[in-house]
Design a protein around this ligand. Structure first.
Ligand SMILES: Cc1cc2nc3c(=O)[nH]c(=O)nc-3n(C[C@H](O)[C@H](O)[C@H](O)COP(=O)(O)OP(=O)(O)OC[C@H]3O[C@@H](n4cnc5c(N)ncnc54)[C@H](O)[C@@H]3O)c2cc1C
Length: 492
């Protein structure tokens, strides 16, 4: 079958999934308030990938002779990576990078997991075969995946083996058909709108007591016993004019509760092998495999935020002031840095001789992942500082209509920007409604937390960057400059 369109995608969501929201199970995520808009945005993603105009950018002819999204392809050349980046960019630029979990993110994650089949299968070749079969299944059916890579944040100090068992999802027992999994995993963004879930990666395990947590598998979202506990939906169910972002891109975050879920053997690729499990992130090149999508999305998001900041400043002519120009210049520099990183990630890509797979440049990816959480927070701060009270002076469409009727059309002049704005065709009120949805609404707050955390905690990640970085060359320079012979030489 390969690539699906929006209608086929929406039809696939009508099953027995247990999505808990606001005290009840959601009947149908394609129609329920708080969910339907996002479901239709993701349907638009699937229609977009089928658009004949950009078909060749987005998709390739796969092994079966069907069209598949390029993100499913295991990269076998630098050109594959270039083309995959262009496919990511098409949707991300179209939407200002507002849908963090566009399905191509997890398509590529699954391809990255499968590219490491030699790793999973090193002690049990069946596991290597299974991971290839799982990727083929995802590609052939254009499966939309959510993921739960993380252990719930209950007690980060006490080793898991010394905590109450099965707080984090683990293997209760085996059956002839598969394994019974019990416990929770976080944080399944997009789960209500996904077909299947990929669970693996964390925690790092130590010893017999923790081996039950060393597992990697996929499950259907509607598998019996699997419950998805949503936070409140931040889609206010209002018009897209009033809430242009929240009413489209509420991808929702969930806690997955596995209430003795049976996972068929054919879906298990990482099973109770401490060494194989613990070194998986390095063996599969986790950052390079998943980070490419993140970097491309962040370029698109920063470009959109620059446009927003510029128009806000232009609206009140504050971009004539040097301090505002400096803030805008900051955002320009961030965009230039991210664009350069995206380029370096692909052009500096390397082939892994063990499996013949091409991976994005590690240093470029890691630098991009480390920088963006800080950039994002700074950009949001710049936009708030530039916009001032205007965010609060942008009434809803209904309120504008009401006061215009009561006071006459001349009241609209109080809600306009400087005269030259009308030439750009962008009106002040819709502009600030959009901007507030990016910097101030509930979804905006969630987006900031998302950018800070979703690829791991920055502080721990930075400390790992320091500890893992080969410092030999850096230390050699200092050593050379401190060399007594060199120091004693007369400077010429
Ligand atoms: C909006 C959002 C969406 C997300 N979506 C997904 C998703 O779809 N799938 C998924 O798998 N995950 C998702 N995540 C989870 C994300 O991967 C985690 O938030 C991230 O890995 C950090 O883990 P944590 O939240 O448990 O925080 P922790 O790692 O527990 O960190 C919390 C704080 O404690 C400190 N800390 C914790 N442990 C240590 C330590 N050992 N040493 C020093 N300091 C420590 C950290 O520095 C930090 O300040 C999402 C997160 C957010 C916020």
């Amino acid at each position: 079958m390969a690539m699906r369109d929006g209608a086929a995608y929406l039809a696939g969501l009508k099953d027995q999934r247990r999505i808990w929201h606001n005290g009840a199970l959601v009947d149908d995520v394609t129609t329920a308030p708080g969910f339907a808009n996002a479901a239709h945005t993701i349907a638009a993603y699937y229609d977009f990938q089928c658009d004949p105009v950009i078909r060749d950018v987005i998709s390739y002819e796969d092994e079966d002779g069907d069209r598949s999204h390029r993100s499913f392809k295991i990269p076998r050349s630098k050109d594959d990576l270039r083309k995959r980046g262009a496919a990511y960019a098409a949707w991300a630029e179209h939407t200002g990078g507002q849908l963090g979990r566009a399905p191509d993110y997890m398509n590529a994650a699954m391809a990255g997991v499968a590219a490491a089949r030699h790793h999973w299968g090193q002690n049990n070749p069946v596991l290597g075969e299974r991971v290839t079969n799982i990727l083929d299944h995802c590609r052939r059916n254009d499966v939309c995946l959510t993921h739960t890579f993380i252990t719930p944040q209950i007690d980060r100090k006490t080793p898991l083996g010394q905590q109450e068992p099965f707080l984090n999802a683990g293997v209760v027992r085996q059956t002839s058909d598969g394994v019974i999994v019990r416990g929770a995993r976080v944080l399944g963004t997009l789960a209500p709108f996904s077909d299947e879930n990929l669970s693996f990666l964390m925690p790092v395990v130590k010893g017999e007591d923790e081996l039950k947590y060393a597992i990697g598998f996929t499950t259907r979202v509607d598998t019996p016993g699997l419950h998805w506990v949503c936070r409140d939906s931040f889609d206010p169910n209002r018009s897209t004019r009033d809430y242009p972002i929240s009413s489209r891109f509420e991808e929702i975050d969930t806690v997955a509760v596995f209430d003795d879920v049976e996972v068929p053997w054919e879906n298990v690729f990482d099973y109770q092998d401490e060494k194989v499990h613990n070194i998986a992130p390095l063996a599969m090149r986790f950052h390079e495999s998943l980070g490419h999508h993140v970097i491309v999305k962040n370029v698109a998001k920063t470009r959109f935020l620059l446009g927003l900041a510029h128009l806000i400043a232009e609206n009140a002519q504050t971009n004539s002031f040097i301090n505002v120009q400096i803030r805008l210049g900051d955002i320009v520099t961030m965009l230039q840095t991210l664009e350069s990183i995206a380029l370096a990630a692909v052009e500096g890509a390397v082939k892994n001789p063990d499996n013949g797979v091409w991976y994005c440049n590690h240093n470029a990816i890691v630098a991009g992942l480390r920088l963006f959480p800080e950039y994002y927070v700074q950009i949001i701060d710049h936009i708030k500082q530039i916009g001032g009270s205007n965010f609060m002076a942008a009434p809803s469409a209904a309120n504008m209509d009401a006061i215009t009727e009561a006071l006459g059309p001349s009241v609209e002049r109080y809600f306009k920007g400087a005269a030259d704005m009308s030439e750009s065709g962008i009106e002040k009120v819709p502009l600030f409604r959009l901007a507030w949805d990016v910097v101030g609404t509930s979804l905006a707050g969630r987006q900031e937390l998302y950018e800070r955390f979703f690829f791991g905690d920055q502080q721990v990640s930075k400390s790992q960057s320091y500890l893992r970085f080969d410092k030999t060359e850096a230390v050699d320079i200092v050593r050379r400059l401190l060399n007594p012979e060199w120091l004693s030489q007369e400077s010429t």
